[in-house]
Design a binder for this molecule. Structure first.
Ligand SMILES: Nc1ncnc2c1ncn2[C@@H]1O[C@H](COP(=O)(O)OP(=O)(O)OP(=O)(O)O)[C@@H](O)[C@H]1O
Ligand SMILES: [Mg+2]
Length: 310
């Protein structure tokens, strides 16, 4: 009996040691790069990105938000300001990356991507390394890079998802949004993505049925794609979200006690509680993957379009 207890103690000590080592290794390998994405548009990515960044900042995390929506930059509109510079100015070598950063509430920092994001794909190696250096320099001061992407499974969106350490796949409980979330998960799997996928169900009125739907989606992904997708959490359908958007202020700041803010807080806690997936080399490696994957996906997308209908 005593021997068994010793063995158990030994086993626990070994496992705890492993977890600590993993966490230390993650710290060394860089801060977390999280893409926030969705199959269907308008499901709440930008609101989740901004308000989750604020909830993380309230938990003493240092966060940079990269507004990578190629269609319409959303984050600055949600904060009611016009960015002076975007990543485009950095790409054009007008300013260093640091100067393109906008200060946000609670000390979060925002990089407006603008058309500079798309331009990254066409840069020469030497220009890319300048951008990489800028990101690496910033990384030393930050714990998280949160990326607000466009919706869908275009090369642009997939590039961000494939380059990140983790991706939050946002959906709402509508069948169309769920089907598109599954389509996105499948596209990531087909592209051989190593990113860790986490599902967030937004605009939930009935938590029990939303949980069931979320679990159905994660089980389906596991069964058909053999790809684990973690169910990270839910955000309640909350009229204060729309009110805050109209006032161009984050709901997390304006209505800290509203249901959606509480849910975002719980999601932030869960992200911090869990041992993060292994980092893939920090922000520098992220930008490098971004540029290489982009070119590759764009070529295959063109090929697919070219052979379509045959
Ligand atoms: N939890 C919520 N409760 C109520 N309304 C919400 C909630 N989340 C989002 N909304 C509404 O949905 C709108 C769209 O949200 P948001 O802009 O964050 O979506 P998006 O996925 O970033 O859209 P796009 O694909 O166009 O970038 C918001 O303006 C808000 O009115
Ligand atoms: Mg958006």
């Amino acid at each position: 009996m005593a021997k068994q207890a010793d063995l158990l103690r030994h086993w626990i000590a070994e496992k705890t040691g492993e977890a600590t080592r993993d966490m230390l290794k993650n710290r060394i390998e860089g801060s977390r790069v999280v893409a926030v994405t969705s199959g269907k548009g308008g499901v709440g990515k930008s609101n989740l990105t901004l308000n989750l960044a604020l909830a993380l900042a309230a938990r003493e995390q240092r966060v940079v938000v990269l507004d990578a929506d190629l269609g319409l930059a959303n984050i600055n509109i949600m904060l009611g300001y016009e960015p002076q510079y975007t990543l485009w100015d950095v790409v054009q070598e007008k300013i260093p990356l640091r100067h393109s950063i906008q200060p946000g509430p609670r000390g979060i920092r925002i990089i407006p991507g603008g058309s500079g994001i798309a331009a990254l794909a066409a840069l020469e190696a030497v220009e890319i390394s300048r951008i990489i250096e800028g990101f690496q320099e910033l990384e030393g001061e930050c714990d998280w890079l949160m990326i607000d992407t466009s919706a869908g499974i275009s090369a642009n969106v997939l590039t961000f998802v494939l380059a990140a350490d983790e991706a939050l796949v946002v959906t709402n409980p509508e069948p169309t949004a769920l089907a598109d979330a599954y389509g996105l998960i499948k596209a990531v799997w087909e592209a051989g993505g190593r990113v860790s996928l986490k599902l967030v169900m937004n605009r939930v009125s009935n938590k029990d049925s939303a949980l069931q739907m979320g679990e159905r989606l994660t089980t389906l992904s596991q069964r058909i794609l053999a790809r684990p997708v973690e169910f990270l959490g839910m955000v309640t359908e909350d009229a204060n979200v729309g009110r805050a958007v109209l006032r161009q202020e984050p709901f997390w700041s304006l209505y800290p006690r509203t249901a959606a803010s509480q849910d975002i807080g719980a999601i932030a806690d869960r992200l911090l509680e869990r041992i993060p997936p292994p980092r893939r080399g920090g922000w520098g490696a992220f930008v490098r993957r971004l540029t290489t994957t982009w070119a590759h996906l764009e070529v295959s997308e063109q090929n697919t379009l070219g052979t379509g209908g045959k």
